[in-house]
Design a protein around this ligand. Structure first.
Ligand SMILES: O=C(O)CCC(=O)C(=O)O
Length: 237
């Protein structure tokens, strides 16, 4: 993460990074998405962590290095998800504003990565954010959760781009009015001392077999070197 990217992210609460996936790698992730989407499974996180393409994605440098720039060695994968809206999804509202996480203080505690597998045109329903809304503890205004908000920004991303959002920012998906699918992968990271989502569900053996020390740390199986008492808040920042 460059200094400019980091300054923008901390100030605005989000960061759009083009070309996180491209070429053959992007095509492979798109086709694995379609294959795994149709498989049965206990949860999306469990499904993703059973397949090599998605296991490797949690350590993809263009994603993980940016989280390490925020959380240093204390980074952990808190949740892993994928979502698909079919074409002309009239059931989805115009907006669905929410914050994923609210906690006092300015330091980001968790950051989601939305990795797009389709071009996010206005028609396909891009992610919307309200820049700066990650500060404070206010929720999006009641009664407007399904409407466009003043100051909102659309993340018009290409397939393979990622948008990193401070999980406290007001954000919204949008309705897919296009003829194609709207596919996204959600890699949600934060400090290791936050409990992982679905932590009561056993991790799939495929994610653990032959796993590096770093992957085991990301999955919450091993602690990072040192412990929280030795945490240098400047390290990795
Ligand atoms: O799919 C999107 O554009 C946003 C998804 C979302 O709201 C979330 O990850 O909390």
């Amino acid at each position: 993460m460059t200094a400019d990217e980091k300054a923008f992210f901390l100030e605005q609460g989000y960061l759009h990074v083009p070309g996180v996936l491209s070429g053959k790698h992007l095509r492979q992730v798109q086709s694995e998405f379609d294959r795994v989407w149709d498989l049965p499974g206990r949860s999306n996180q469990t499904k993703l962590l059973q397949h090599q393409t998605f296991i490797e994605l949690i350590e993809h440098p263009a994603i993980l290095d940016r989280h390490r720039a925020i959380f240093g060695d204390q980074v952990q994968l808190l949740q892993y998800d994928f979502l698909r809206q079919g074409p002309r999804n009239e059931a989805f509202p115009t907006r669905a504003w929410h914050r994923d996480f609210v906690f006092p203080g300015a330091r980001p505690l968790s950051v989601n990565t939305i990795l797009y597998l389709d071009e996010m045109t206005e028609e396909r329903g891009p992610t919307y954010v309200v820049p700066g809304s990650h500060r404070g503890e206010a929720l999006p205004p009641q009664g407007m959760t399904n409407e466009p908000l003043p100051g909102e920004v659309a993340a018009l991303a290409r397939a393979g781009d990622a948008v990193f959002i401070n999980s406290a920012i007001w954000h919204s998906g949008a309705r897919n009015n296009s003829d194609g699918p709207r596919r996204g992968i959600y890699l949600y990271y934060g400090y290791w001392w936050l409990k992982r989502y679905e932590s009561s569900v056993a991790l799939p053996w495929q994610a653990l077999e032959g796993a590096s020390e770093r992957r085991l740390q990301l999955l919450g199986v091993k602690m990072p070197a040192g412990d929280i008492h030795q945490y240098d808040p400047q390290a990795g920042h």
